[in-house]
Design a protein around this ligand. Structure first.
Ligand SMILES: *Cc1c(COP(=O)(O)O)cnc(C)c1O
Length: 386
């Protein structure tokens, strides 16, 4: 990702910035496309992971659809050339304004998260003399075996309809003439690397689809959501997620009917590895027990470590080319006035100095999109390999 020319370029660039390796993005998208297309699966890109315009353009060029979680994401997807027939819209708290915008856009499908939401969409669609296409987001009570901060498919989570509410759902569907039932939707969490979890999900999807069929509904769409993880520990040696195994689980275990469409919504696995947050060391504090590297980037540029206890590889790009230096342990911290503004503790790094370039790796997903203006910080910039 960082050849000497790139580092020379960084030396002349104001930090902090997100560095996008467009070659890595292209290869990742190609791998996902190849692995899904051979089974005829439809992939929607979850915009919330990264809506950088250059990223969106490349994602769209592979023919992926858009998975949106706000009205503005629906708008951004269409503005960036995603076909409205490939836009899906999820979210536990869709406002009337957002629903109306999606109705006016004639999106492919609302992923509906409660019975009450079904009635509201029906009412708003009726006022426009339209029919809204919906999939019901069902909480399958499958444990994603991921960090509890980012699991969404258990009964106690706020997302989706629980299975014991399904009879209420069909009652509502029958009572709502301005709703067209397309199918079922699931999304059980993020950063999932254990394929057994997806196997369990397939088994639950099969049961739930049979339940709908037994009640007289045709299930045209099975949407399995996203959540495929990436290797935060080995960004250089394991850059591309195992899309082949991922899609094969669904090919092997999902009971797909004739004329049925299988949909996915991947975010992190498509964009995480293509970007790093690059910053400079402002100060080195050598304590008696601890050394600190104070960077010019912090939680205002990348909040994942502080928000989810997320792990990121951290590299000193300046000292990397001088292998004779000794390794020290540093707490790598940001400049923000919060004690939690720490990227990682006890990081092994070559002895580091003011002005060194530090890369925080695997920062393409849920990085730049969560940047904030706290402390009235400048908006983080983006730099592209091309
Ligand atoms: C966030 C989200 C996704 C994407 O999740 P990743 O873990 O980034 O793949 C997919 N579907 C829904 C409904 C989401 O909210």
């Amino acid at each position: 990702m960082f050849n000497p020319d790139t580092i020379t370029r960084f030396n002349n660039t104001e930090t902090p910035f997100y560095y996008y390796d467009m070659g890595v993005l292209n290869q990742t998208l190609q791998a996902c496309h190849n692995a899904s297309a051979k089974y005829g699966f439809h992939v929607h890109y979850a915009l919330k992971a990264n809506f950088n315009p250059k990223v969106l353009d490349m994602v769209r060029s592979f023919g992926f659809g858009a998975d949106c979680v706000s009205g503005n994401e629906v708008k951004a997807a269409v503005e960036h050339g995603f076909s409205k027939t490939q836009v899906v819209f999820a979210g536990v708290g869709k406002s009337d304004k957002e629903i109306n915008l999606a109705l006016d856009t004639d999106i492919f499908c609302f992923n509906v998260e409660s019975v009450q939401e079904l009635y509201i969409i029906n009412e708003l669609a009726k006022a426009k003399n339209k029919t809204a296409k919906v999939a019901i987001r069902i909480n399958p009570n499958v444990d994603a075996h991921t960090h509890h901060f980012i699991t969404t498919g258990l009964d106690e989570n706020k997302f989706g309809v629980n299975t014991w509410q399904l009879s209420e759902v069909i009652e509502a569907l029958r009572a709502c003439p301005n709703i067209q039932f397309l199918g079922v939707h699931f999304h059980i969490g993020s950063q999932i690397t254990d394929m057994e979890v997806y196997k369990s999900l397939c088994i639950r999807i099969n049961e739930i689809q049979t339940w709908f069929e037994d009640h007289g509904f045709t299930v045209k769409v099975l949407n399995a959501g996203g959540g495929l993880g990436v290797d935060y520990h080995n960004p250089d040696t394991n850059t591309i997620s195992d899309f082949e195994s991922y899609f094969k689980v669904f090919k092997d275990f999902l009971n797909v009917r004739a004329d049925q469409e299988v949909h996915f919504e991947l975010g992190r696995a498509l964009v995480a590895q293509c970007a790093s947050l690059v910053s400079r060391v402002l100060y080195v504090k050598n304590g008696q027990k601890k050394n600190f590297l104070v960077l010019d980037a912090g939680m205002t540029e990348l909040i994942r470590p502080m928000l989810y206890q997320a792990y990121h590889e951290i590299e000193n790009l300046t000292q990397k080319s001088q292998p004779q230096t000794r390794d020290l342990k540093y707490d790598v911290v940001g400049p923000i006035c919060e004690s939690t503004d720490c990227f990682r503790k006890d990081v092994d790094l070559p002895e580091s100095f003011r002005g060194d370039l530090i890369a925080v790796r695997t920062a393409g997903a849920y990085g730049e999109v969560m940047a904030s203006g706290y402390n009235l910080r400048d908006r983080v910039q983006s730099v592209y390999s091309d």
